[in-house]
Design a protein around this ligand. Structure first.
Ligand code: ADP
Length: 490
């Protein structure tokens, strides 16, 4: 362990300095020498030294004074005192003042080398300990800083935050959550979820997240608390052993947007109602004229009136769809569920669309097994669903191709697929197409006239039946809309 270490030998006797130099160099140490204490201190300021071997008594400056300065200025350099037999008491005094050890003159080689080795080991250990202590202090500081930063972020967030442990007890929440949920005063933590927010849907979603143990899983849902509406995003969090430790939910207040939407819906409904009656009256009067009951028409007059008649019909369709969606949203749409042979309903709709499909060079086919079990559904609702889906499949297939309507049964439900080879839908557009008035901007569908209400209606009606709609689509290849509806009880 001697390589690279420097021993400073301080003695006024040249023979001792030379003797020590000889011994230490043969052991591999670098050696520096000084004739007295002052020279030694000057050298310590200039050069790196690991151990000092210092004579007790020297002219100019002795070991006690050297110790006084060295322990203050270079506390990690061990000082070994060289002393004569009669001065052991003084050497002990030096130890009290910070010397590492002492060796007595005349000294033997082995104990001297051993003493220096031990001093070096002690120095090494002390340095390592100090380094570890510094590192620990640094880590604690970083941790405290991180905690303080997280605390500030959580407390200043405008969104509400709620953290539960794996027993579904609330262990942390921020002031925004308490404000949004109106939990005042908050129960002491940890507390059952229901004491902070009572929502069976949220409880169920969190329980599901805790059992599913899927790291990237995220659940979005809308939660209503009195007049307030939140959009809640929940996710599980995991410990180092990949065991789920709890859940985090962020609550975004969407009450303002909901209220705005309600006002807008109310306005649209009112306008639609007001428009429907005069439009129906105009349409009827046009029919009377077109039927020739008000006298003969020239060809030009007939053509103009027919065009106006079609436009009015388009407007009435839009108004009816709008009112339909509004009725479903308000919970006013009443279903009349009855056992229904879906095959014949689909056949009628497909027959209705054959002319339109042929005009667009589309092969429209129906593939339904003969033994398809009946479903429990509202006939008018089901007709609206598949009319919309088949009409879309034809409309959004500008380059022709095939539209296949097929159905097959599962143990508890029936699945209908409407598959086209049309323009397809971008993945990030798929969740939006069921929103009211949402229409994808695509150069090939610009000429398609639509309201963006059809799929909102489809989802609304399917939801009322406790069914489901799914979409699979590839841009440029086509789309498949799957509708699942409950079977009629046997
Ligand atoms: P509309 O057809 O009146 O625009 P919908 O609610 O029926 O309204 O559809 C919403 C949007 O979804 C459409 O504008 C269209 O961009 C897209 N879409 C619906 N069905 C298809 C389909 N089969 N292929 C490609 N895009 C579709």
């Amino acid at each position: 362990m001697a390589e690279g270490y420097t021993v400073l030998v301080v003695d006024d006797e040249k023979v001792i300095r030379d003797g020590c130099t000889l011994i230490l160099k043969s052991e591999g140490y670098r050696v520096a020498t000084a004739e007295n204490g002052r020279e030694a201190l000057e050298l310590l300021e200039r050069e790196p030294v690991n151990v000092v071997l210092c004579d007790l008594k020297m002219p100019v400056m002795g070991a006690l004074e050297v110790l006084e300065h060295a322990t203050a200025r270079f506390p990690d350099i061990p000082v070994i005192i060289i002393t004569g037999h009669g001065t052991v008491d003084d050497a002990v005094e030096c130890m009290k003042r910070g010397a590492y050890d002492f060796v007595t003159k005349p000294f033997r080689i082995d104990p001297l080398i051993l003493c220096i080795k031990r001093a070096l080991e002690k120095q090494l250990l002390e340095r390592q300990t100090r380094r570890l202590q510094e590192e620990q202090a640094r880590n604690l500081y970083t941790l405290a800083m991180e905690q303080s930063r997280m605390h500030t972020i959580v407390n200043c967030m405008a969104d509400g935050l709620l953290v539960t442990n794996r027993n579904l007890e609330v262990v942390l929440c921020n002031p925004s959550f308490l404000r949004l949920a109106g939990t005042n005063p908050p129960p002491p933590l940890p507390a059952p979820l229901a004491t902070y927010i009572h929502d069976p849907g949220l409880q169920e979603a969190l329980e599901d997240l805790l059992t599913a143990q899927e790291p990237d899983r995220c659940v979005y849902q809308e939660i209503r608390q009195g007049r307030a509406h939140f959009r809640a995003m929940s996710a599980p969090f995991f410990g180092p052993d990949h065991q789920v430790l709890g859940t985090v939910t962020v609550f975004h207040d969407v009450t303002y947007f909901k209220e705005l939407d309600e006002v807008k819906t109310f306005f649209v409904n009112m306008v639609s109602h007001e428009l429907r009656s005069p439009l129906s009256a105009i349409k009827m009067q046009h029919s009377v004229i077109l039927d020739g009951l008000a006298g003969d028409l020239t060809l030009k007059q007939r053509e103009l009136l027919t065009r106006a008649h079609d436009k009015i019909q388009g407007l009435l369709d839009l108004i009816n769809e709008l009112l339909d969606v509004a009725r479903i949203e308000a919970g006013h749409r009443q279903l009349e569920p009855a056992p229904l042979e879906l095959g014949s309903v689909l056949q009628e709709i497909v027959d209705l669309f054959q002319t339109k499909a042929q005009e667009q060079n589309i092969l429209l086919t129906l593939a339904v097994p003969a033994d398809l079990p009946p479903i429990l559904a509202d006939r008018r609702g089901v007709e609206e669903v598949f009319t919309n889906l088949i009409s879309n499949a034809i409309n959004y297939s500008p380059d022709g191709g095939e539209v296949v309507v097929s159905a097959h049964s599962h143990p508890d439900r029936l699945e209908v697929r409407v598959k086209d080879q049309g323009i397809g839908i971008e993945p990030d557009e798929i969740p939006k197409i069921f929103d009211k008035f949402y229409r994808v901007k695509h150069p090939k569908s610009r000429q398609v006239i639509g309201t963006g209400l059809g799929l909102a209606l489809v989802r609304g009606i399917v939801d009322l039946h406790r069914g489901a709609v799914e979409v699979e689509s590839q841009v440029g290849e086509g789309s498949t809309f799957k509708v699942f509806l409950p079977l009629a009880p046997l």
